[in-house]
Structures are given as structure tokens and as C-alpha cells.
Design a protein around this ligand. Structure first.
Ligand code: GDG
Length: 491
């Protein structure tokens, strides 16, 4: 359900269409931005866990436009039911439902049982079936058909993430001739892994309908180009284009960022202060280590706990002196691998606590409840160390939020996986191999004993990166590049 009614501005018509693009006033109005993503909103920066919503809400709050996607609800009519529109300032949020069959085949099935594990290099967890492949394509086609009457060729359409690989080509089939971009928030795996997907050729061919496809890192971009070249006989051109059978798409890298200024303000808000103080009081003179991740197998949570356990084994001076708080809101909790992960983590934490706890000290706390973003900022600020150790991650915004929230006079240390997209910008974190438990333990020991001067030096360079590579810049540079790209003819 969408919330945040207090953002509503009276007087706005609940009509998602804007005449910006066709305005005859002569004033140079920017083209209207139309964003498509699986979940829509909230625009307020208090939302649920999820990096995509955080990045996009920033973009739309600044620029306005239409945000189109799934309501998060199912109904018997599914995608053919009525659309719901809410107006928040300059932005219309329009959603449609899915049917139960769509939810199972499109969302749980193809998107989260096939694509999510595969694109995160987890062939061992990926399952494929033709029914969910069929429903995924059909949902993409029906979303395009519902969006089509709400847009015109003067709009810029920006489609997001692995739920909608086919949506661009379906919009072209509906006759849309305007600028059409796609951004993948998660990794794009190498061709040798992606070809395990029975429909991988169709999927990548569908991506060629976009004028611009954006990736988080250079390695994701290279994997996409390599697939086009090796599997589809494509040719890599100058300025980042790749051509397949006469169609040409530009592929470029746009690392997503956060609204760093707002996050810094959150970190010194009264709510943050309360949480910071509460955590410091509970920890007393112990050093706090924190992790904040949706409970997902891509986030390396098992290895993280094992690394913490190894710290207590190999560096016993930390027993009774440090504690790990892992905030892990549940996500996709209905799916088998997520059920298994939760059990494994809770078992691991229980054993670790049983082995090391003292009457007045519990080494690990795992919380599956979520916090407000201000509270999170306070928690980050109270933590001497933040562990961001995914096995594979498109970017990872927690790493950037932790840096933005720090007190420049006494900053904490970020431990960052070499397999997180954020590594490219945050090279002054302590970089670890998240599979190497000893490596994690050593990095923890180094972080916990790092002198203030070194903490400050590393923080300075990372905060410069986080405050430069913001969500606003990500959005502007993607849209500027898309502007340069000529609209393609109808497929
Ligand atoms: C995907 C890609 C990419 C977490 N717990 C709470 C909470 N969160 C917020 C964090 C952060 C967001 O959720 C998580 O973002 P990440 O980037 O870490 O990861 P994904 O959700 O997997 O996002 C990722 C991202 O898209 C953007 O492109 O970086 O690689 O996988 O903002 O703070 N927020 C609140 N309460 C919580 O308890 N309010």
C-alpha cells in the first residue's frame, strides 16, 4: 500500500498525463520523466527497506513526472483491473494489480527464482520453468499495454530492473517512438552463467529495444557486451554501443548514489540522536559493529557471522568488548532459499551466543524488524564498524549511507566486499573477500584497533565520493546520456 498522504498537494488533478512535452508556450520545458519499476514509492525518505525505491524516490522528488508499476496487491482482475493514481506534488504514482497467477509466475517465479539468483552468479539456486517464463513475458506485455495510453512520444521513459527486461520492446510494439532507457540495479553475470537461462537470447535481444542500457559497474557492462558479441554475433562499436543484427544500443555505467546531504541531516536529527544514545548506553564502553541488509543470500550474512566468530576465536581480547548488531528485515520470506537462510542465520547466531556469551554480554543480535531512516542513521553513527560483505551486489547503498552518517571528528570504519559495486568508488574502505572467513576476521580486528588519524583519512576520501556521486547525479547523468540517444524506429 502506498502511504505518505501528507505529501499530497491540494489542487492537483489525479490525472497522470502531463502536457509538459507538448506545451506550446515556447518555454523550454524538460521532457516529462516516466519511470517504470516493479514497486512504486514511497516518495518520502522513510520507506521500507530497498535500494531501488531510495534511489528513484530521490530522482522523482526532484524532477516530478509519472512513476508506474505494481500496486503490491493481487486481485482477480489482475493487470486488467482499474489503475490507482496518487498525486504527490509534481509526481503521479500510478499502479495496477497482479493476479495470484502473475504473482507466482512473474514475481516469485521468473524474477526471483530464476533471474535474481542467476544474475547474482548463483546458478546453484536458480530454477527455471517455462510457465513462469511465459507469465513474465506476458506481464511485461500487459504493463506496456496499460502504460501506453498514459504516455506520448515526447516523454522520456526510464524502465528499471530485472522485472522488466521485455517491457521496452513491448512498448515499441505498442508504437512508442520516444526515448527509452533501462537501468539494471543488480549485477549482470558473465555469459557463461547467463546462458544457463533457457530464454537468455530472447531476454538480451529484448534489451536492444532500449536506446540506452545502464549498469552499476564496468564489469556488468562488459558482461552484457560480451553476451551480445559471443552469443548474438553482435559488434562492439565506438562510444559504448553494441550492434546486433542492425539494431544498436548504447551500454554505459552509472553508479547509483544516495541523497547524501539529507542522510547527513538525518544523522544529526533528534530521532537519530535517541537511537545513537540508546545503542551507546546498551554497549557501554564496548565497540559496536553493525550490518544492515535485507535478509537475502546475496548479502553474505552467513559468512559475516562466521567472520565475527573467527574474530572472537583468533583475537580473544574482543570477547566481552565488541558486539555485532545485524539488522536484517525479511524479504521474499516465502521462497525456499530465504526460509533456509533465516534458519541458518538464527542457528548460527544462537550457537555463537551460546558459545561466547557472558552474563552481561551477548555477542550477536539479529533483528528482523525495520527502522525508520533517521533511526538507521543514528545506529550507523553509533557503530565503530559497518560490515557490508555481500557475495555479490549491484551497488549497495548501505555502504554509502554509513559513510554519510559518520561524525567527521570520530568516524567509524567501513568493511566492504570486493564484490559490491560500491567498491569502485569506496576503495578506502577495508576491502575483503567475503568468502574468506579469516580475511573478514583480520579486517574486523584492524577496524576495531584503527587509530583515529587513519579512520579520518579513509573517511575523508570516502565521504568525498559519496557526496559527489549522489542519487541526483546518477539520475542526471543517465537522463543526459539518454537525451543524446536518438529514438529508435518501431520494432
Ligand atoms: C538493489 C541492489 C543496489 C535496510 N534496512 C532498512 C532499510 N534499509 C535500506 C537501506 C538501503 C536499502 O534498504 C538497501 O539498499 P541496498 O543497495 O543495500 O540493497 P538492495 O535492496 O538489494 O537494492 C543494490 C540498489 O538496488 C540500488 O540500485 O545498490 O545492489 O541489490 O537504503 O538503508 N530502510 C529502512 N529501514 C530498515 O530497517 N527504512
Amino acid at each position: 500500500m502506498l502511504t505518505g498522504e501528507d505529501d499530497n498537494e491540494p489542487g492537483n488533478e489525479p490525472d497522470a498525463k502531463s502536457d509538459d512535452a507538448s506545451s506550446s508556450s515556447g518555454a523550454a520545458q524538460p521532457a516529462r520523466l516516466v519511470v517504470v519499476s516493479n514497486r512504486v514509492g514511497p516518495l518520502k525518505d522513510e520507506g521500507r527497506a530497498g535500494g531501488l525505491a531510495v534511489g528513484l524516490a530521490d530522482a522523482l522528488r526532484r524532477r516530478g513526472g509519472l512513476w508506474f508499476g505494481w500496486s503490491g496487491e493481487t486481485s482477480p482482475e489482475g493487470t486488467s483491473g482499474p489503475e490507482k493514481t496518487e498525486i504527490h506534488g509534481q509526481t503521479a504514482l500510478t499502479t495496477i494489480d497482479l493476479s495470484e497467477e502473475d504473482l507466482e509466475g512473474f514475481y516469485y517465479g521468473y524474477a526471483n527464482r530464476s533471474l535474481w539468483p542467476l544474475l547474482h552468479y548463483r546458478l546453484d539456486l536458480a530454477t527455471f520453468d517455462r510457465q513462469s517464463d511465459r507469465i513474465y513475458r506476458s506481464v511485461n506485455q500487459r504493463f506496456a499495454a496499460r502504460l501506453s495510453p498514459l504516455i506520448d512520444d515526447g516523454d522520456i521513459v526510464w524502465v528499471h530492473d530485472y522485472h522488466f527486461f521485455y517491457l521496452g520492446s513491448e512498448l515499441r510494439q505498442c508504437g512508442f517512438k520516444g526515448r527509452l532507457g533501462f537501468f539494471l540495479h543488480i549485477p549482470f553475470c558473465p555469459p557463461d552463467i547467463l546462458t544457463a537461462l533457457p530464454s537468455s537470447h530472447d531476454l538480451v535481444r529484448a534489451m536492444l529495444a532500449y536506446d540506452l542500457v545502464g549498469f552499476q559497474t564496468e564489469s556488468d557492462r562488459r558482461n552484457f557486451v560480451a553476451f551480445c558479441v559471443q552469443e548474438l554475433d553482435g559488434v562492439e562499436g565506438a562510444d559504448g554501443t553494441v550492434s546486433v543484427a542492425g539494431r544498436s544500443v548504447r551500454a554505459a555505467v552509472f553508479p547509483i548514489g544516495i541523497d547524501a546531504e539529507s542522510f547527513r541531516r538525518f544523522a544529526v536529527s533528534p530521532e537519530a540522536g535517541e537511537h545513537e544514545e540508546m545503542l551507546r548506553n546498551i554497549a557501554r564502553d564496548r565497540l559496536q559493529i553493525v550490518g544492515v541488509d535485507r535478509m537475502d543470500y546475496s548479502k553474505g550474512l552467513v559468512q559475516r557471522l562466521q567472520g565475527f566468530e573467527r574474530l572472537l576465536e583468533d583475537y580473544p581480547e574482543n570477547r566481552g568488548a565488541v558486539q555485532l548488531l545485524q539488522i536484517a528485515p525479511l524479504s521474499r520470506a516465502e521462497l525456499g532459499p530465504y526460509v533456509d537462510l533465516r534458519e541458518e542465520l538464527e542457528g548460527l547466531a544462537g550457537r555463537l551466543n551460546g558459545r561466547f556469551a557472558m552474563l552481561d554480554w551477548t555477542p550477536v543480535q539479529i533483528m528482523t524488524r525495520g527502522f525508520s531512516r533517521r533511526a538507521l542513521a543514528g545506529i550507523y553513527r553509533a557503530a565503530r564498524v559497518c560490515m557490508v560483505t555481500p557475495l555479490r551486489d549491484g551497488m549497495n547503498l548501505v555502504a554509502k549511507e554509513y559513510v554519510a552518517a559518520q561524525d567527521p571528528d570520530d568516524p567509524g570504519v567501513l568493511i566492504l566486499s570486493r564484490f559490491a559495486g560500491a567498491r569502485a568508488e569506496l576503495g578506502d574502505a577495508l576491502i575483503v573477500n567475503p568468502y574468506a572467513i579469516d580475511d573478514i576476521a583480520r579486517a574486523l580486528q584492524r577496524a576495531l584497533t584503527m587509530p583515529l588519524e587513519e579512520r579520518q583519512r579513509r573517511y575523508e576520501s570516502m565521504q568525498a565520493a559519496v557526496f559527489t556521486g549522489t542519487a541526483a547525479r546518477w539520475c542526471d547523468s543517465f537522463l543526459a546520456k539518454l537525451d543524446e540517444s536518438a529514438p529508435q524506429a518501431v520494432v
